[in-house]
Design a protein around this ligand. Sequence first.
Ligand SMILES: Cc1cc2nc3c(=O)[nH]c(=O)nc-3n(C[C@H](O)[C@H](O)[C@H](O)COP(=O)(O)OP(=O)(O)OC[C@H]3O[C@@H](n4cnc5c(N)ncnc54)[C@H](O)[C@@H]3O)c2cc1C
Length: 392
Amino acid sequence: MTVPATADVAVVGGGIAGAAACIALHGRGQRVLWIAPDRAAETPVGESLAPAAGTVLAQLGVAHLLDGDGHRPANATFSAWGTDALVERNAAVHLAGPGRVLDRARFEAGLRELALAHAEHRSSALADARTVSGIWRLALADGSQAAARFLVDASGRAATLGRRVAGHRRDDRLVAACAFLPHRDPGVQPTPATLIEAVGDGWWYAALLPDGRLSLACFSDPDLLPRGLSRDPGAWQTLIGGTAYIARWIGDAGFGVEAPPRLYSAGTTWLDPVAGSVDGAGWAAIGDAAAAFDPLSSHGMTTALWTAERIGEAVPAWLAGDRQPLDGYTRAVADGVTAFRTQRAALYAGERRFAGRPFWRRGAAPAAVGSAVCLLRILAGKGPGREVERPP
Ligand SMILES: Cc1cc2nc3c(=O)[nH]c(=O)nc-3n(C[C@H](O)[C@H](O)[C@H](O)COP(=O)(O)OP(=O)(O)OC[C@H]3O[C@@H](n4cnc5c(N)ncnc54)[C@H](O)[C@@H]3O)c2cc1C
């Protein structure tokens, strides 16, 4: 039986990748169905937007989303990584200009509003996807059904479709304990900086958000974090107390450590391959569903935008019978993953102070990869830079 397609392309997932894909695909004349449940219950973490994102946003025609108040330039990153000293990387020297520390909720809301104007929207999760005669038949969690000629998996680390139709690979089991600390001391103006600090069981990230809170995250392996951390403010306080610069910044600037952190998966995972076809029906994964990187890179949001933009070109071509752009996309992501894993292993190996500790032994284990082209070349990482005399 032939099933009529109700859309050219169905996009699954309401994060940055899914929203950007709707915009990109509609811009190339596609009828898009966006399967994206409400995100209100989710708290997306990560706000450092790499300088390269500006170019991709311009290609998508949404560069104005970075305008106005609410996002601030990410000029300075300080890190204690591989050395006890604090080292500065000043993003002002970056060719693409500084990145941004986003008001992420506002950025995502802007992207979502544009996507809603470009796609038919279903506020429900994808429950099942099958192919019949080259068409995807989709069953949604709310009981409704849909059909499309091409399926884009933008479901984040869940990789709802991708895990079923491609190999799912992972390098590590990195987790992040994340909290947003309110600023409690009106007498102190906190430095607008980002701070990275390596410790024996992992590394920390702290960034001053545009709204004055401190975004704080501890990255480690599940077996190395205190049990019950997400319910135990005391354990969180103790963990913070084990840092040098992070604890000092929190104390000196007057941030309050109150609620315990929430835990997030943060490991490096990817699909192999990231696109293809099932019984003649096309599919592709984008964003974290395609490749989720260790957040040390600050790659995630830019990769979500970049993959969405690329798929906006590749899918219409594929539907018109030209498979080359989709093959090129598949190769580009695979090359990017290879390059990222090489760079990540080198960066972790650069931290020698804790070389005998399990976290650093695992992280620095050489990835079974060679040299390769960087996915985006220009992405600003959070790694080491120039030494400075004072902490932020
Ligand atoms: C601790 C941490 C810090 C980070 N810091 C940064 C940073 O500083 N800078 C940066 O650039 N990146 C950072 N990242 C990465 C960045 O947040 C992600 O790369 C980015 O959110 C990926 O966007 P996405 O749209 O691909 O996926 P997501 O944001 O995960 O969105 C996927 C959506 O799909 C939905 N979904 C899942 N299954 C289904 C289904 N069956 N049907 C429909 N919808 C479904 C999910 O509910 C979700 O809403 C960080 C990540 C972590 C964990």
